[in-house]
Ligand binder design. Structure first.
Ligand code: ZN
Length: 282
């Protein structure tokens, strides 16, 4: 059955079956999930970062979905399958397991058979898998490891979130901050820091600078297209120009006159272009 800790240790030094991620996943699958589960669920394909698992019933798919984090974590220990971050389950007809393989495989099968007889029911098999996952989690905990506060995958000591969850929450924070700066560029920095959970002043500064630069580039490109009589999105550009000036100058939007010196100063060489697209009929 699944002895994640020992399996992970055993994997690293092994050269593994070439660079094919599916072959690698298939070769470690019985060790990772245990013989009972391996009889009812097999990896059949990889689509980008997702390993497709064929199962014998929807019930297996459903139950195994709960164990996804552990299984993914196990696969991440293999260099060939480190890019797999998700599992997807499909019900279908499983290929018969190959007749007894190498002598080592036979010995392993005999060894695990000696420890535990095959499970009689699906519930038995999953209960075993869960117990064994619990054991491996307890071992991880005993070594000072922690678990991701979002997805519960094991993480190193002192690390609250696994890398995929950290990346995801950072991406969400950046997106929320960018939306706020576009829609409400007059908001004081402190308000944005309060509204976007976990955003630091340094991150805010970096996002603000990057956004101003990309808005400027977009307006500059549009001005060139406009001179060439190419179509441009005037509505978006007007909004962009106004957000740009407010974010760049921090001026009170109520005091921002259409032709104020502040505006002219902030928009520089783009000032005439912006005036032009604002006065043109929509
Ligand atoms: Zn996580």
């Amino acid at each position: 059955m699944l002895k994640l800790g020992s399996v992970l240790d055993a994997w690293r030094p092994k050269p593994g079956p070439g660079g094919d991620p599916l072959a690698a996943a298939r070769s470690v699958w019985p060790d990772l999930v245990g013989a009972d589960v391996a009889r009812a669920a097999q990896p059949v394909a990889i689509e980008r970062d997702t390993l497709i698992i064929l199962t014998t019933s929807a019930s297996w798919s459903h139950q195994l979905a709960f164990l996804e984090p552990e299984i993914v974590r196990g696969l991440a220990a293999l260099p060939q399958t480190v890019a797999i971050t998700r599992l997807r389950f499909r019900v279908g007809k499983l290929r018969r397991a190959a007749p007894a393989g190498s002598a080592a495989e036979q010995r392993r099968a005999q060894r695990s058979a000696a420890v535990e007889p095959p499970a009689k029911t699906l519930a038995d098999a999953l209960a075993r898998l869960r117990r064994s996952v619990e054991r491996s989690r307890a071992a991880h905990r005993a070594l000072g490891g922690r678990f991701c506060t979002v997805c519960e995958a094991p993480t190193a000591a002192g690390i609250a979130r696994c890398i995929p969850c950290r990346d995801e929450s950072e991406r969400q924070r950046r997106f929320a901050c960018e939306c706020l700066l576009f829609e409400a560029p007059w908001l004081p920095t402190n308000d944005v820091l309060v509204l976007v959970d976990g955003l630091t002043p340094e991150q805010f500064d970096a996002i603000r600078r990057r956004l101003l630069r990309s808005w400027w580039d977009e307006m500059w490109r549009a001005s060139k297209l406009f001179r060439l009589r190419q179509p441009i999105d005037r509505r978006r550009l007007r909004k962009l120009a106004s957000s740009f000036v407010l974010l760049e100058t921090h001026i009170d939007p109520n005091r921002l006159e259409m032709d104020s010196a502040v505006r002219k100063n902030a928009l520089g060489e783009l000032y005439d272009f912006v005036c032009e697209i604002e006065t043109l009929p929509a």
